[in-house]
Ligand binder design. Structure first.
Ligand SMILES: [Fe+2]
Length: 224
């Protein structure tokens, strides 16, 4: 059984619960606390995630893997119509990690299967937008049934990945954007360089803008 947008019913019910629960919460701590309670039991539904993976392989209408995402291993499972949260799946090959990065909102993440490693970093200075010094604060392995939360900007600089030799599934719920940025920052630990990472959609707009500018400045083509 599925909802109007082809979501499996269990997925639609969970998104509804999440939406209703978050609607009245006014601060990040209560949002994180609420989602931390409902996410682990949801992630224990192996049959649901088996179905979603099968759908992707069989090119079924849900989930829409063509929706643009920041990372290639990321699949959008739900975007709340009120913008309160998004539900995303990350599929990790053995040994793969994302770059050290920050977020524009709060988030709660956890594995459906396998083990997820999370490494937290602290920024020693916050003056520069192009360079900084990071120190590792803590690292941990999250197993199914567990969860981890992130906070916006410098309060939540981290890296996640799969420390094992088997592919794994991670799910994340992220809140409404709480910054003016349309990008996240990635951090190079060795050099301290900070680089903005834009979604493919934003990059396409930026490329179109600069190409259009160039086209406007171009001399008209001579006609015979
Ligand atoms: Fe993250």
């Amino acid at each position: 059984m599925s909802s109007a947008d082809n979501k499996p019913l269990e997925m639609a019910v969970f998104c509804n619960t999440c939406s209703r629960g978050l609607a009245d919460l006014k601060d990040n701590q209560s949002r994180i606390s609420f989602v931390s309670k409902i996410l682990p039991p949801f992630l224990s539904q192996a049959d649901l995630f088996r179905k979603i993976l099968q759908n992707i392989i069989e090119k079924a209408p849900y989930p829409k893997i063509e929706k643009p995402t920041m990372f290639v291993n990321e699949v959008i499972l739900h975007l709340d119509p009120e913008g309160l949260f998004s539900l995303r799946m990350f599929l990790w090959r053995p040994g793969e990690y994302d770059p050290i990065h920050d977020h524009n909102s709060w988030g709660v993440i956890g594995p459906v299967s396998g083990k997820l490693e999370v490494i937290n970093y602290r920024r020693l200075d916050r003056d520069s937008t192009s360079r900084t010094r990071l120190v590792e604060k803590e690292r941990g392995i999250i197993e199914p049934g567990g969860y981890y939360h992130v906070l916006p900007l410098y309060k939540g600089i981290h890296q996640t990945g799969n420390p094992t030799r088997r592919s794994m599934i991670q799910i994340g719920i992220y809140g409404q954007r709480q910054t003016k940025r349309n990008y996240i920052n990635t951090y190079d630990l060795a050099s301290g360089r900070i680089s903005p990472l834009y979604s493919p959609k934003v990059v396409k707009r930026q490329l179109a803008e600069s190409a259009l500018l160039n086209l406007k400045n171009a001399r008209p083509t001579a006609t015979a």
